[in-house]
Design a protein around this ligand. Structure first.
Ligand SMILES: [Zn+2]
Length: 499
């Protein structure tokens, strides 16, 4: 292993050696972007961006190398729609006309929503800067770039696989000896695991983000299926090199899905009994549609606001959503002049007992803030977090307050944007209850170990993890495999590994 400077990457690419190097993940988990050199071809797996800090202090971190202008890329793979893996897809793909590009059909569907959302955030940020007398923040891509990219995707410029429906192996006539395999990863709709079989007989596996357990809208993937591997005789590879994520490498799922669902149902029933209402801020991709589906399955009616209104149809199916809306199971907030009055009405239960599912999960921006201002001061209400509580977020602060003994000063400050795009601080008195449910979309330690040992790799690289995540998975693999354990390394930012 050697730690390199990005400026020296070109020399390494010219060296003729095979290697991997992570260009993102400056802080462990963050923007993901892995560069792979194998048999004189260069592959890029993901090009994301990560958001750190909160509210007005939020900064975006990118992988190094801009759009990798000076590098010839042979093939790019985008594993799934989450921003930390894909947000830079538009400028990267447009910069690299020479490259083949692979992503999934569902990823493209969700990308349309996510890219429109990020353009709208960009416009708001620009207006905010204008009214504050600041220069507009530099945009990484504009409306025209997005339109060009989407038009090319529709026109068949890229390899679009439908891994939610079937496993796929791709070959290219002009690349003899290469095979590329894609299979669903269980993490979110459209997410896949990527396999590359190279002409020298080596096999590479990139887990992407992975879930070994079921969610409401996706089935878990415990191991790679033998029939998929057999399609390319992958087990016969000279060596198998695995690059895996380890977001939950140091965690074992403590509460089963069934136990969590029962606890959620009890909390909601008790809230209803007391005459209160429930607010559930979520990320619009994956978690939002999962929670709405879960609530419906548990027998609740739901009020939906924010971007979840768009992702729901893509992840659950437009027919089902139409049916839910028609029979009143699910209600959407409507944009327009009555928007604010609907927020108040839903918060006060004027549409009946309907948990409110809205973005954003951190409570740092978006529709969730408007509901929180209405709902947090009411003792009978509950705020329910269903995912990771990010450090420094208003959501995390809320739970820190809840854990303190009762006393004065239980106030959190939420940022909202007023009509003139001024950011306004709003102090909210916190008197409602709070509950956390850890519905993770990532494999836990046991699931990561089961996936890895089943594949039986000769070399393991662990990435997309904290120090603790790496140590957790590494020690679990060593104690499981003992003397048979292959070499394990942590593929950190700008650490280059030849293999
Ligand atoms: Zn993800």
């Amino acid at each position: 292993m050697q730690e390199i400077r990005y400026e020296d990457l070109a020399d390494h690419l010219a060296s003729g050696k095979d290697f991997i190097v992570e260009l993102g993940e400056q802080k462990g988990i963050g923007s993901s972007s892995l560069l792979v050199r194998k048999c004189e071809k260069t592959f890029l797996i993901d090009r994301g961006a990560a958001f750190e800090g909160i509210g007005t202090n939020k900064i975006t971190t990118f992988p190094v190398g801009g759009n990798l202008e000076e590098i010839y890329i042979d093939l790019m793979i985008f594993t799934h729609v989450h921003a930390d893996h894909i947000l830079q897809i538009v400028p990267t793909v447009l910069m690299h006309g020479e490259s083949r590009v692979v992503f999934s059909k569902k990823t493209l569907e969700e990308l349309k929503i996510v890219l429109a959302d990020s353009l709208s955030i960009q416009r708001k940020e620009a207006k905010k800067a204008y009214y504050s007398g600041l220069p507009a923040p530099k945009a990484e891509f504009n409306e025209e770039d997005v339109a060009t990219f989407l038009a090319r995707a529709e026109a068949g410029f890229y390899e679009i696989v439908d891994t939610d429906e079937e496993d796929e192996w791709i070959t290219f006539e002009d690349w003899p000896g290469w095979e590329f395999g894609f299979t669903f990863s269980g993490h979110t709709k459209g997410a896949f695991i990527s396999l590359i079989k190279s002409p020298d007989g080596d096999g590479l596996v990139f887990s992407g983000d992975l879930s070994g357990h079921n969610q409401e809208t996706t089935r878990g993937v415990k191991t790679l299926s033998e029939s998929f591997l057999a399609m390319a005789e992958f087990r016969k590879c000279r060596r198998i090199i695995l690059v895996t994520e380890a977001t939950n490498g140091n965690r074992d799922i403590e509460e089963s899905q069934e136990e969590m669902d029962a606890r959620l149902k009890a909390v909601l029933n008790e809230t209803q009994r007391k005459g209160g209402h429930a607010l559930m801020p979520v990320f619009m991709v994956n978690r939002g549609p999962n929670i709405v589906t879960k609530l419906v399955r548990l027998g609740f009616k739901v009020f939906v606001a924010g971007g979840v209104r768009k992702t729901l149809a893509v992840e659950v199916g437009a027919d089902i959503v139409e049916k839910w809306k028609a029979d009143g199971t699910v209600m959407f907030i409507e944009n327009g002049p009555n928007y604010s009055s609907q927020i108040k009405a839903a918060s006060r239960g004027e549409y009946g007992f309907r948990p409110i599912v809205t973005s954003s999960a951190t409570l740092d921006q978006g529709a969730g803030v408007e509901f929180a201002i209405e709902m947090l001061p009411v003792p009978e209400n509950v705020l329910i977090s269903t995912g990771h509580r990010f450090d420094g977020s208003a959501m995390k602060e809320f739970f820190e307050i809840k854990n303190r003994p009762i006393g004065p000063g239980h106030t959190i400050v939420l940022n909202r944007m007023d009509r003139d795009f001024h950011s306004v601080k709003h102090a909210v008195n916190v008197r409602c209850g709070g509950h956390h449910f850890d519905y993770s979309a990532h494999s836990d330690r046991k699931e990561l170990v089961a996936f890895t040992t089943n594949l039986n790799p000769d070399i393991i690289f662990i990435k997309h993890c904290t120090e603790d995540g790496f140590n957790g998975l590494e020690s679990a693999l060593r104690s499981e495999l003992r003397e048979k354990c292959p070499p394990i390394s942590r593929a950190r930012h700008l650490h280059l590994f030849e293999f």
